[in-house]
Write a protein that binds this ligand. Structure first.
Ligand code: SF4
Length: 369
């Protein structure tokens, strides 16, 4: 435990370790003033109390069914307007063929499927797609569509979010990923060129899903134009929603990748943040979310295996997935490979932790002693 001291950090950390709430100003203080190793120390103690030395992972595949998008965020290098030679939208048969291929090779348990907000696609495209996947591979969990895609489908079909989610769930959607949260603050979102009120919209879609019993994930994108107050408000908004329905399964803080994005071209962001910032964000997320959101995922996809290992010591307890067909990060120019589950198991054991394989709903299916 921390030594007696007049340092405000000691009081904040003691309360965090007890699971007491941390205020907005205190979170900002943690971001701006506190040494990274002290944050990591407290974050790891909290994690040990929640899930011990277990580090979960899932055999999964991330799949992007279309890159055509009418939102055109300035931080995104993936989208196409539809006229470019590399713009694409896959048929449900093409999606199923590809998923089945990876399922046969690697036994994936989760399909994370999302794309751009493609104005040509109707609700029936998604319901047929999900039905088709479930008919062919019934054991796979479909973690699908961002809140932007869901909101657009609802608007296009003149349906409520609830009715849209009902149709998607009946056709096979199991859970909803946390994409699109970025930073909720409207001023930040204006710079990112997210539509006005889209932060509020993200929270509303998630709340509707949670009320209906659909579990979802949450995210935060940092390392662009945000400040510590924006991140504090973002984390506290997640805690408030989680207290209502306990609908979030996990939280992933991920760092912005600037390559090939308008934010970088316009000079609004000079480069990607370093490892210290990544670890600081993981540790503070753990301290603030605490028992409300016990699973924090490290993003090896953007930071590599070694940073994935470090993140475990700063409060993460989920490795994420194996990922076999992701296209959003490579669009920034950053090359990422796939990880076999054997590599994840080895990486987790190497740091003295216990790898546990989970399914799409975070149920543990196997422990690797
Ligand atoms: S981040 Fe998503 S919504 Fe924004 S432009 Fe890229 S694909 Fe479209």
């Amino acid at each position: 435990m921390f030594m007696q001291s007049d340092d405000p950090m000691v009081d904040i950390m003691e309360r965090a370790i007890r699971g007491a709430p941390i205020s907005r100003d205190e979170i900002v203080y943690l971001y701006n003033e506190v040494d990274i190793n002290k944050l990591g120390y407290a974050a790891r103690i909290i994690t040990e109390k929640l899930t011990g030395r277990q580090v979960s992972f899932v055999s999964n595949m991330i799949f992007n069914y279309t890159n055509i998008c009418n939102v055109r965020c300035k931080f995104c290098a993936f989208y196409r307007t539809g006229t470019e030679s590399d713009a694409y939208t896959l048929t449900s048969q093409q999606v199923v063929d590809r998923v089945r291929h990876f399922h046969e090779l690697y036994g994936i348990r989760q399909l994370l499927i999302q794309g751009g907000v493609n104005p040509d696609l109707l609700l029936s495209y998604y319901t047929e797609l999900f039905k088709h996947i479930k008919q062919q591979i019934p054991e796979i969990g479909i973690n699908g569509l961002s809140t932007s895609e869901i909101s657009f489908i609802a608007r296009k079909e003149k349906m409520s979010i609830e009715k849209t989610l009902t149709a998607l769930r009946e056709s096979g959607l199991d859970t909803i990923p946390g994409a699109g949260a970025e930073i909720f603050d409207d001023e930040v979102r204006k710079v990112l060129r997210r539509p006005p009120k889209s932060g509020e919209q993200w929270l509303n879609v998630m709340e509707t899903a949670h009320k209906m019993g659909i579990k979802t994930s949450a995210t935060m994108m940092f390392g662009h134009v945000e400040n510590a107050y924006h991140k504090a408000d973002h984390l506290l908004a997640l805690v408030e929603l989680q207290k209502k329905y306990n609908g979030f399964l996990s939280f992933t803080p991920w760092n912005f990748e600037p390559g090939n994005t308008e934010l970088e071209k316009e000079g609004l962001v000079s480069g990607r943040v370093g490892g210290q910032e990544v670890l600081r964000n993981i540790a503070i997320s753990r301290i603030v979310l605490n028992r409300h959101l016990p699973i924090i995922q490290s993003s090896w996809l953007t930071n590599g295996v070694q940073m994935g290992q470090m993140a475990i010591f700063y409060g993460a307890n989920d490795w994420g997935g194996t990922i076999y067909d992701e296209k959003v990060i490579p669009a920034t120019g950053k090359m990422v490979g796939n990880l076999r589950k054997e590599t994840i198991i080895r990486a987790v054991k190497e740091i003295g932790m216990v790898p546990v394989e989970r399914d799409n709903s975070y149920r543990i299916v196997r422990t690797y002693i």
